[in-house]
Design a protein around this ligand. Structure first.
Ligand code: GH3
Ligand code: MG
Ligand code: MG
Ligand code: MG
Length: 313
């Protein structure tokens, strides 16, 4: 009655999923009280390389949203006993969830529902019954738009690493996680030594190449769970989850050695070497994010006072 048929495994192979969506590797939460629709969509989306979680009611959806991060939510408006609007309001009232792309899947082709949903901040509205292929391209379009937006809003254009805004946002979420699942986490503040000399001697272009080179060396020497960002002009910050201050110092000393010994940039047949000063601060319960960053910055200042080209805590 929803107009969707189950696909046999052969048919699924033949369809092979929608290749566009496959490139996104989206994490999707399906909220719908129709078990067979959820099961069907989950299977199709998994074939398109999405990670899919299912919620059959509003409470389950709220719990999953607290415990996981998603790239997109599809929301059924007509659910029993609560209406989908309850979850809608929950999403839009939470500052960390209100930007989450949201597609309404409605059983009614009703103008007032459509208008209300877009007013409330829905990103798309699909009326049941629908073809999977249509939902898939709509999900793809939304995920792609979000990715482009994040690229602009959260990345530093010169170096490609995250910017300060994204760092502060993520570090706030990281600290929320730590309150539930305690684990050490360390922050590193990095400032290039005598960077003004590079600009003054070789020009701003070489200075830019050095910034790009250092960002690259930092990125390739960190774990995928570490968060690297350009904090300001020639300053970088790193958050290292599951890492004590002692461990962070070890990691940074090794990276400093690498930077010291290998040219971070080349231009016009010349090689450019730099050093940096770094400060480490491990998170302590009760510390505000800004206080934590200041501690790492203070430690970096100690490294400068101690003669630069070193890591301090
Ligand atoms: P110290 O060892 O004490 O850190 O000295 P420093 O010369 O590195 O520090 P200072 O703060 O005096 O100079 C930082 C320089 O970084 C000044 C500024 O022109 C340069 N800078 C900031 N952002 C950029 C950028 O995007 N590109 C380039 N090329 N230079 C930048
Ligand atoms: Mg329903
Ligand atoms: Mg500086
Ligand atoms: Mg400097």
């Amino acid at each position: 009655e929803i107009g969707l048929t189950e696909l046999s495994m052969d048919e699924q192979k033949e369809h092979g999923g929608s290749s566009l969506l496959r490139t996104m590797k989206g994490r999707i939460l399906l909220v719908d009280d129709d078990d067979s629709l959820r099961t069907y969509l989950t299977r199709r989306l998994q074939l398109d390389d999405c990670v899919v979680h299912e919620a059959g009611d509003v409470d389950t959806a709220k719990r999953l949203l607290r415990e996981h991060t998603y790239d997109l939510v599809t929301l059924d408006l007509l659910m029993h006993p609560e209406s989908g609007y309850e979850l809608f309001e929950f999403l839009k009232e939470d500052p960390t969830l209100k930007w989450l792309p949201l597609i309404v899947l409605s059983g009614r082709d009703d103008l007032s529902d459509k208008v209300r949903c877009f007013h409330l901040g829905a990103d798309d509205y699909v009326t049941k019954p629908f073809q999977y292929e249509e939902l898939a391209v709509r999900i793809y379009a939304l995920l792609k738009r979000t990715k482009n937006f994040e690229q602009l809003a959260f990345r530093d254009p010169l170096t490609g690493v995250f910017n300060r805004r994204y760092f502060e946002l993520q570090i706030g979420l990281e600290l929320q996680r730590i309150q539930r699942y305690p684990a050490p986490i360390s922050l590193v503040f990095i400032d290039i030594d005598s960077f003004k000399n590079v600009n003054d001697t070789y020009g701003h272009h070489v200075g830019d190449l050095v910034l790009q080179g250092l960002a690259h060396v930092l990125q390739v020497n960190l774990r995928s769970t570490d968060l690297l960002a350009r904090f300001g002009g020639e300053e970088f910050v790193i958050a290292l989850p599951n890492t004590t201050a002692d461990q962070a110092i070890g990691i940074m000393q090794q990276i400093l050695e690498t930077v010291r010994e290998r040219a971070v940039a080349q231009y016009d047949g010349q090689q450019f070497y730099i050093t940096f000063s770094a400060g480490v601060a491990e998170y302590q319960v009760g510390l505000h994010v800004n206080e934590w960053i200041t501690k790492a910055d203070d430690a970096m200042y100690q490294a400068k006072q101690g003669g630069k080209n070193q890591v301090r805590r």
